[in-house]
Design a protein around this ligand. Sequence first.
Ligand SMILES: Cc1cc2nc3c(=O)[nH]c(=O)nc-3n(C[C@H](O)[C@H](O)[C@H](O)COP(=O)(O)O)c2cc1C
Length: 733
Amino acid sequence: MTISIWRYSHLALALISGLFLVLASLTGIVLAFEPMQSAVKPYQPKNLAEVSLATTLKALEVEYDEVLTLEVDANGFLLANVVTFSGDSNQIYVHPVTGKQLGVPEVQHPIFKFATNLHRSLFLKSVGRFFVGVVSFLLCFIAITGLFLIVKRQGGWHKLFSKVQKDYLELRYHVVLGRWFLIPIIIIAASGAYLSAERFSLLPNARLTHDITVSTEDGDMGTKPYELDIFKQVFLNEVRSVSFPFSDFPEDHFEIALADKELLVHQYTGRIVSEQPYPFTFLANEFSLALHTGKGSIVWSLVLLLASMALLFFIYSGLVMWRRRVRNGKVARIQNHKDDCSHIILVGSETGTTYAFAECLEQALTHAGKTVFVSQLNDYTSYAKAEQLIVLTATYGDGEAPTNARHFAQLLKTNPPHHNIHYSIVGFGSLRYPNYCKFAAELDNMLQAHPKFEPVLPLYKVNNQSTEAFQDWSRKWAVATNTALVLPVFKQKKVSLTSVNLRVVSITDINLDDTFILRLRPSKTPKFCSGDLCGFTPKEDGMMRWYSLAKYQGDILLSIKKHQKGKCSPFLSSLKPGDMVQGNIKKNPHFHVPKKVSELVCIGNGTGIAPFLGMFDENQKNIPASLYWGGRNEESLALYAPYLSASQASGKLVHLRTGFSRVATTKTYVQHVLLQDAEPLAKKLESGAVFLICGSLTMQNEVLDVLEDISQRQLQQPLSEFEQRGQLKMDCY
Ligand SMILES: Cc1cc2nc3c(=O)[nH]c(=O)nc-3n(C[C@H](O)[C@H](O)[C@H](O)COP(=O)(O)O)c2cc1C
C-alpha cells in the first residue's frame, strides 16, 4: 500500500509546483555560475589563518586616511570601506598584509540580477517570494518522497547504489540521477524554504543586541589599535567584519563580528566591553544562505549547478513516466466491449512496461482472428464470452501486487465466472528481488484453486522484461491453445553491429540431435568475446538469426541446431570448409566472463554449451571452472567432447557434470544434476563464484528455481542477493 501513497504524493506535489520548479531550476543553473565567477578572482594572496587582525589594521592605517569597515567575504577576500588621503571614499578589496588595493567589487551582471529576481520572487515582490517559499517547501517533500521510492525500488538503503534495473531511458535515469542528486536537492529546497520562512519573519528573531552601560574608562587616547593584545590574538580567518569606532570618544567601540560571536572592544584599552554569541537562527540563516547560493565554494556551486540541471531532467522524465502510466491505463477504453470478447488480457503493472507486452499480445491475437479485451486486474469483472484469460502481472514492494491489481482477489470472490475459463499467467519480475514474481505465483495459486478456471500452461516467469522470454511463452501458449499466434517484433534498441567476412574452417557432421559445430575465421580481427552473438541474414526473409558464439583460438565457434523448415540453419549446415559467409557480431557484455572472478559455474543445455567452450579455452589463469550440461545422451555430448577434453587436460575445466534425458527411464535434466550438487554449489555461490546460464528459456526457469531453492535452504539467503552482486549471468532464448 505504502508505495502507491508515496508515488501519488510525489506526483501530485510535482504537478502542483512543476512550472515554478522549471523556472527555479533554470535560474538556479544561471546563478550557480555567479559564485564560481567570483571565487576565481585573485583577491586572496595570503592564508588568512596566518595574518592577525593587528597586522591588517596597521597596514591599513599606513595606506588610508580612515577606515570605516572591514569585511572578510565568503571567498575570503578582504573588503574595506576606506577614505583615501585625497579624501575619496571607496569600497575596495585590500591585501591583508600590505593593505594595498587589489581590486574593486564588480556590479552584479544584469543576467545574474535578472536571474536572482526571477529566482527569488518571480518579479512579483512579496507575493512571488511567498510562492517561491511554498514551492521550496514542496520540493523538499517531492525529493524526500522520490528518495523513498528509489530506496524501495533498489531494495533498501544498503542497496541504494547497486545496479539499477533495466527500464526505459527516462525511468532508468530518473533513478540513476536521483541517487546522486536527491540529497543535494533536498538541501537546496530545505535551505530555500528556511530563507523564505526567515524573510517572512516566521522564525525567531535572529538579530543580536548588546547590553552595555556607558563606559567610564578612558584609556590612553594615543594607543593604536594594532598595539592592543586583542587584535594581535585574533586572526583574519575567524573574522567576519570589523566596524571601526565612529569617533575618538572612548565610548565608541570597535564592533568585531567573529565566526560565532560579536564583540564590542574598547578602542584604547582593548577590553571586551560586551560579548554576545550569535543566536542559532542567525547561524542557521547564514548556513542556509551558503548552502543555497554556493557562495564561497566552487565545489558546492558546481554541485548546485548539476543538481539544478538534474531537477530539469527529473521534471521532464517524471512527465514522460506519468504520461506512459496514464496512457497505459487507458488501454481498456478504446477497444472492444468486454462481453463480446473471447480473449481477456488483464494487466498488473506499476510503472507501465507490462502494458507494452499486453499490447503486443493483443495485436497478435487480433491478427489471429480473436476478439480481445485488455484491462487491468483491478477492473476484473464478469466476461460473458470469455474462453481464455491471460494475466500479465508485475510484482512490487516485497512481493506485493502492483497498485492496479490489489483488488483482484476481492473482485474474483464477488464476480465468480458463470462458465469455465482457461487461464495462463505470465509473471513479470526481476531476479534482483527476493520475492521473484511472487504476486503472479499467488494469483496462479488462487486460480488453480478456483473451480471455474483451468490452467493452459504452468506459471511462466519473465525476468527483467525479457522479450525473448515473452516470445517463448507465446510460442508455448500458441501450441497449447492451437492458435496461430505470431507476436509482432518488439522495438529493439539500436545496437552497433560489426559486419565480418567469415571463412569456414571446419564443419562437423550433423549428429542425432540435428546439431553441428561450425568453425569460422574472420577475415579481419574484430574485437569479440565468448558470449557475444554472431548473426546471419538468410536471403529468403532478410531477418537476422543470432547464435551465441565461442571465441576459440581466435576463431568463432558456433553450435547450431538444424531446423528442417528453418531458413538460416539449413543454409549454414550446407557450408563447406573454405566457403565464405557474411556475418555480424553483436556485443553481449552482460554475458561475458567478468575480469575479476574467483570461480566459474557454467550451466546450459543443448547448443547453449557453445559460449562455454570458448570461455574454458580462454581460461588462461586456470580459474576453477565447472560445467553442468543437459542433453539427450552421451552421443549428444560427443559433438563437444574434443573441446571439453582439451580444456580438462589443461586444467581449464575442472568439473564436468551431465544430465541425459533420453538414457534411463527417468529423465535427468540439468536442474536435477544441480540439485544433486546442492551443497558444493551453495559453497561456490557463497564464495563469490559467477554462475553463467545459457540455453533454452525453459531450462533457465527450471535452473533458477533450483538455484533459488539451494540458496534459500543452504545459505538462508534469496538468490537475488547473488544476482545483485553480479554472480548470475544469463543468456537464454
Ligand atoms: C520498487 C520495485 C519493487 C519490485 N519488487 C519486485 C519483487 O518483489 N519481485 C519481483 O519479481 N520483481 C519486483 N520488481 C520488478 C518489477 O516487477 C518488474 O520490473 C516489472 O517488469 C515491472 O513491470 P511494470 O513496469 O509493468 O510495473 C520490483 C520493481 C520495483 C521498481
